[in-house]
Design a protein around this ligand. Sequence first.
Ligand SMILES: [Zn+2]
Length: 304
Amino acid sequence: MNANRREFIVRSSLAVAAGACGSARLFAQQPAAGAAPPAVPQFASLRRNVGTFTARGGTMGWLVAPDAVVVVDSQFADTSKMFLDGFQPMIAGRRIDLLINSHHHPDHTGGNKTLQPSVVKIVAHENAPGLQRKQAAAQKSEANQAYADTTFKTNWKVDLGSEVVSAKYYGAGHTSGDAVIFFERANVVHMGDLMSHQRHPRVDRPSGASIRNWLVSLERVVKDHNADATYIFGHSKVGSPVTGPRGDLLALRDYFSAMLDYVQKGIAAGKSGEEIVKAGLPQFAANEGAPALQVAYDELTAKG
Ligand SMILES: [Zn+2]
């Protein structure tokens, strides 16, 4: 099958998805935990064979090129089936060369097992499978897991012919096993949950998260890519776009900066974690969810 033909198939599939939501631009639709409207699967084309998929949980990324198929993250078992239903016609019987997990959380790896029979290789940061195993043991979901078989410490890269895909570890951030995945020719960066747009980010301290290093990592990611790069966000406020430019990353950096400053001042004034949490972060009241102020307090008062 030639490239044009394949391109047509991808575009056709996307046209259906785009028609359903009235726009090729994709907006977050994840319901808050507890509320559970049915997940609506949506594919959107982003740039040069790269696109996104949302249904419920972390935003997935994909590459469908004439010579390679790559998927980033797998959401949950149920929504990964929805993904496969829509994706298989787009790849016309080919296998997924790479499934890359941005990190171990269940809304990013819960569909690994569903996708595994269609996948050649699963890639993640070296800390991610261990964290995933620990999480599965805690949730008694060991039987439903599939783990990365290829891991990396700092940098990983593969030349797929028409596209070069790399993954980089910036140190502790949202967890201690977050990968930033870069589709170099498309100039698209999948941030996993290192990017939370207009939504208070979850900071998984038991999994080794660090707000201070996360803040620095966002600056480093921006410096590592040119101004034209487009970023895929792990999560966004409902109704907000799940992709955007570097300015959105810098807004999250500023958010963390304001948060740490506020909590540090509270600590200096002798306030307890409880008092700091109660006062909240009013300047970010429009964000979805609740700020991780107790986590910030714990990080800033931790010994050693
Ligand atoms: Zn996460």
